[in-house]
Design a protein around this ligand. Sequence first.
Ligand code: ASP
Length: 321
Amino acid sequence: MLTTWSFGPTGNDAAFPALMRGGDALDGVVHAATVIEADPTIDSVGVGGLPDYDGRVSLDACVMTDPNRAGAVAFIRHYANPTQIARRVMEKTIHVTLVGDGAEDFAGREGFARAELLTQDARRVWEAWRNDPSGIDRDKYKGWIPPRNVEELRGSFVAPGAGAPGNAASAKRFPEPHHDTVGILAMDSRGRLAGACSTSGMAFKVPGRVGDSPIIGQGLYVDQEAGAACATGTGEIITGVCGSFLIVELMRRGAPPVDAVRETLERVRKRFTLLEDHQTAFCALDRHGRWASGALRPGFRHTITDDAGSRVEDPTFVLLP
Ligand code: ASP
């Protein structure tokens, strides 16, 4: 299992024993995502995710095993398990993606229980943001207070229990915050690949905004004939390069995972006017079991889990200093 960020062991350690016993890769990634979604201390996925501009949490997720086997949901506001709902869309409908009220009606009909997603801690962080938007260039963001990556937020605000206050420039003082999208790739003992991707999206996003994470080919792509890739970071950038799809296509043409990730991040670097708070990172796993991760900027870490256990590691490379 190869998972984004340092919260990876929370999910991987729960799901991996079944994989070791011959379990299915899809079951593994869905199990891992579900555990992470349920953890209220992870403030960028599932319950406890940071809310949008109006203080309301909305979740996005997808699963995939092959071009003809994928499911996704977006703008889920009353259910805590978007990855399981995405899997149900894949298995119980002829569709790939359901959003908003329709997705929630579907979840209700399928027997999922409604849940409150906004925790007291997340509400307090949102209130701090709404009450002190100082230093924010509103013009640059077309009048909306900018949505920011959570890693920067950690340096900008004092999340309850999170230690000393800082500012955007001091974000690097928090090298391992619990943040951002979980993307999980797995290969099981029969060589089957699967992936899941789940997020509460960019903190304080414009209500209704959907990023890359639930979009097949952007936050996640899996093809048994080539490999799997997942993404985290600024969704609008990942979308612009169809990041996960691009990585899998490069692997299909023979690139090792590390080269596929590097070429994709190079394209991001060349084609976007990058702001200081833009981050993009990818994990890639090819059909031979070779894997790599790469990030645009420092700060990203991945979790790798195999028969030797889980390790939280720096990415294979970082493109920009
Ligand atoms: N990619 C996610 C989104 O744009 C957020 C993140 O991974 O930081 O919604």
